[in-house]
Design a protein around this ligand. Structure first.
Ligand SMILES: NC(=O)c1ccc[n+]([C@@H]2O[C@H](COP(=O)([O-])OP(=O)(O)OC[C@H]3O[C@@H](n4cnc5c(N)ncnc54)[C@H](OP(=O)(O)O)[C@@H]3O)[C@@H](O)[C@H]2O)c1
Length: 254
């Protein structure tokens, strides 16, 4: 019996592969960039404002013996969202793994959400993911992997204030399944990871709403960015998993 791709253990399972991680200057994206580099990938580190932070991640990837490049692209801009893929592929010689991680969260009562909020959240969390995936799929060889970061709020919304964010993240479930069907014939997979409360700038574990979120998980705590990155690393190597959704949420949706 042979084994191809085990859950985040073996060194070098992504040797020779190129990955683009959007929103990799901090949080879940930065942890994912480093994790994929540890597995052997060269990594393009996407960012929009955090140039210095992105360059720090680039240096950390290089310290692991992999190639890296920082790629600036505003996911809310259609040309830039697609252009991130082109820039990454040109700098590193192709693209094998796309991690659609960049995202924004605008939470609040329905009546407070402006048209600008709606447009921005859908542009970054949905349209940007669509365009980046479309551009990457056109360049990916057989064995390509598209992994998108959704949210536990796509599956269960535990209280008021999440209408816009949950709408954007739920759209990714349909997109992922359709991508899986569209690209399966070329040996390319598409999967969706739903984090629960994860300690990052977006959702700090010592923030004002943290205790309530932790209490809603079965494990009674926030997760770490590394815990999400482990699932992404698994999906980057898994060969018979596609069109699927994975909760990494400490039991938030249990
Ligand atoms: N943390 C949680 O509890 C949680 C839970 C469920 C799902 N998620 C999802 O996980 C993903 C990462 O979240 P995180 O907590 O790591 O967030 P974070 O700490 O706020 O980091 C966000 C990252 O996305 C980038 N970004 C933001 N807006 C962008 C834009 N318009 N164009 C390109 N890049 C942009 C940021 O780049 P700059 O540094 O350049 O600004 C940064 O690298 C998001 O999709 C989020 O919705 C997070």
């Amino acid at each position: 019996m042979t084994s191809q791709g085990t859950l985040g253990t073996s060194q070098g399972t992504l040797d020779g592969k190129v990955a683009l991680v959007t929103g990799a200057s901090r949080g879940i994206g930065a942890a994912t960039a480093l994790r994929l580099a540890r597995e052997g990938a060269d990594v393009a580190v996407g960012y929009v404002n955090g140039k210095e932070a992105a360059e720090e991640v680039v240096r950390a990837v290089e310290a692991l013996g992999r190639r890296a490049v920082a790629v600036r692209a505003d996911a809310a801009d259609a040309d830039e969202a697609a252009g991130a893929v082109t820039a990454a592929a040109e700098a590193l010689g192709g693209i094998d793994v796309l991690v659609n991680n960049a995202g924004v969260g605008v939470l609040g009562p329905l009546e407070t959400l402006s048209l600008a909020d709606v447009d921005r959240v859908l542009a970054v969390n949905v349209r940007g993911v669509f365009l980046t995936s479309q551009t990457a799929a056109a360049r990916m060889p057989e064995g390509g992997r598209i992994i998108t970061i959704g949210s536990c709020m796509a599956q269960r919304v535990p209280g008021p204030g999440g209408t816009l964010y949950a709408t954007s993240k739920a759209a990714l479930a349909g997109m992922t399944k359709a991508l899986a069907r569209e690209l399966g014939g070329r040996g390319i997979t598409a999967n969706l990871v739903h984090p629960g409360p994860i300690d990052t700038d977006m959702n700090p574990a010592d923030g004002p709403y943290a205790a309530g979120q932790a209490a809603m998980t079965a494990l009674g705590r926030f997760g770490t960015a590394d815990e999400v990155a482990s699932m992404v690393a698994y999906l980057a190597t898994a060969s018979y998993v596609t069109g699927a959704e994975f909760a990494v949420d400490g039991g938030h949706t249990a």
